[in-house]
Design a protein around this ligand. Structure first.
Ligand SMILES: [Zn+2]
Length: 103
C-alpha cells in the first residue's frame, strides 16, 4: 500500500492508475474508477463507497462480498483501496451526517 500512497499524494493521475493496476490488478483498476467518479463519501462515522450497492468501509474492513467471502478479510477489496487513496488525496465528499442513521 505504501508505494500507492506516495503516488496518491500527487492526486488522480495516469501514474496512479498504473500503480494501482500493477499492485492490485483488477481491484486496483476498480478503485481508480471509484476515485475518478467521486464515489467515496465520508460520513461522520464511516466511509461509504457507492457501487452497485453502498459499501461501508471502516479501516481494514468492508461490507462487500468480495472482501468477506472471496478475500476472506485478508486482502483489501477495491473499496478499501479506494478509501485508503481517497484519504491521502482528499478525494471524497464529506457528508455532515451519521451513516448509521441511514442503515
Ligand atoms: Zn469492499
Amino acid at each position: 500500500m505504501n508505494e500507492v500512497i506516495e503516488v496518491a499524494k500527487k492526486g488522480l493521475s495516469y501514474e496512479l492508475y498504473k500503480k494501482l493496476l500493477t499492485v492490485y490488478g483488477r481491484r486496483g483498476e476498480k478503485a481508480f474508477f471509484y476515485l475518478k467518479e467521486r464515489r467515496i463519501k465520508k460520513y461522520k462515522d464511516f466511509f461509504v463507497v457507492v457501487g452497485r450497492e453502498e459499501y461501508v468501509v471502516d479501516e481494514f474492513f468492508c461490507t462487500c462480498a468480495d472482501f468477506l467471502i472471496r478475500l476472506k478479510g485478508e486482502k483489501p477489496c477495491a473499496h478499501i483501496i479506494a478509501v485508503e487513496v481517497a484519504k491521502v488525496a482528499k478525494m471524497y465528499d464529506e457528508i455532515d451526517a451519521y451513516y448509521v442513521d441511514f442503515m
